[in-house]
Unconditional design. Sequence first.
Length: 575
Amino acid sequence: MPVIPTTTDVPRSYCRVLFMRGLWLVLLPMMFCFAICQPSFGQRADKATPAPDLQQMYDAAQRAQSAGNLTTAAGDYQSFLAGALRHLADDNVRAGDYPAGAKLYKEALAVVPESGATELRMAYAQAALVARDIPTAKAQAQAVVAADSKNSTARLILGEALLQTDENEEARKQLEAAVALDPNYKNGLALATAYLALSDTKNASKLFNEMSTGFGNTAAIHLDFGRSYAEAGNPDLAIVEFKKSIALNPRLPEVHYCLGASYLLSQGQVGFPEAIKEFHRELGLNPNDYFSLAQLGYIAFSERHFTEAEQDLKRAANLDPRNPDNPLLLGQVYLQLNRPADAELALRQAIALTTDLSRNHYQVQRAHYLLGRLLVQTRHLDEAKQEMQVSASLLKQNMQRDQAKLKGTSMGGAASIAPFQPLPDPAPMDSKARTALNAFTTRAAPAIADSYNNLGAMAAGASEFATATGYFAKAAKWNPALEGLDYNWGRAAFSAQFYAQAVPPLSRYLAAHPREDGARRVLGISYFRVKDYAAVVRTLAPIAPSLSSTPQLADMYAQSLTLAHSEKKGANVQP
């Protein structure tokens, strides 16, 4: 399974190691020797073979480690970890699980040297931009630009992120730099978008003309130009571009829908007749075009053709059952048709599907309000009161936002569906693809854990115990059953004086190896340092007769006996 590189396309909002188990103990400072286990990544796989490049990295790390070239081995293990974690992050993002992917990107960045982090940061920035995690996209892209000012793709992503936060002037600067570095179509289109966000129609139009000359006077180009104009609130200019596109290719997908939507943006109800024609033309090319059906349903509702509105909106809802816009409008249709039970069901569905309360200017506020009124009519007064309170709160939030900064264009009407509203987040990956991702995770996890364990052992061997503790903790996350890991982790944490962190892994290790007195002694000291005196007594009691050979430890045990007894009696005695 090869590592799949992340595409550099940035979509915009268009229509659519073990310690040796010594039994001896010397009180701090303590010296430990390390033996490092080396399972084969390939051997860990049940059936499928891991990605060849990852296997090569892992094998190279093991060869260097076996030859005693620990610096080289550490670098190879880090490269393997960065590659494997990046692979898993990319696949989780593709599966629709950006939060899981983000955690993996962060974990990969923690092991890869900064000098080699550019591609990883780019992938993370792009995934964040698509997932609308704009602060992360901005931060990761800025880090790349700071390290490589000539990275045009990083400037593109940064510019796009800045546009999303209305930092339009800074976005323009980044995108102009991106175009200067690489005058490709994507960068040019993004720069034109920045110009339009700054109401600089003159420069946007000039750039579009240059792009049309340089990249070809095609229908697809004019479709993009029209979308840019429409999204910037220039529907009349958008109409001109969409008509050019249709003249060049009247069967181009989405162009008729976009033209119809632009008529609505430009003319409102006056544009209904022309918009209806275009939506039906789009449906003639694609009978399952969600957007056209949704817009036709809205128009039919506005013109009080409720039966027709129901038909169009139900078809749209079946095509995209996760979109809250359609059930909200359907609820209002059913109210007009005097079908309260259907209206209540639709309004509750709209509320349940609204994961972003600010969507379309807090349109869910209307769903709560209408549901509240409906519940009053059916004498569910307590629930009605709750819905009205939620409605009032959302209305207040919308007013506060509008007062802070007026932006966006509403279609008006009972429950407008924004003509250029992007489709909702993609549905989760199909079961077969999810199974493949889970299988790769299962195969990779033992080698990832082993790599962290080996890095931890190398760090501990260099007396970098805090660093080692971190590596062992990460190894445990990937394979908590890795042989000797708890011993490694506990001893490293103990040596770093992270006594509270040492207790859990040492406790687990001792439970599995009750005759290992070295671990028992270290655990006893750790309990003493965290002042759990009863646990000290419980841990060291089995070897109490031998403690006289280590006076300091014997003294700790004696103190703990006294303190534990005092605590049991309720006395507050301090050592």
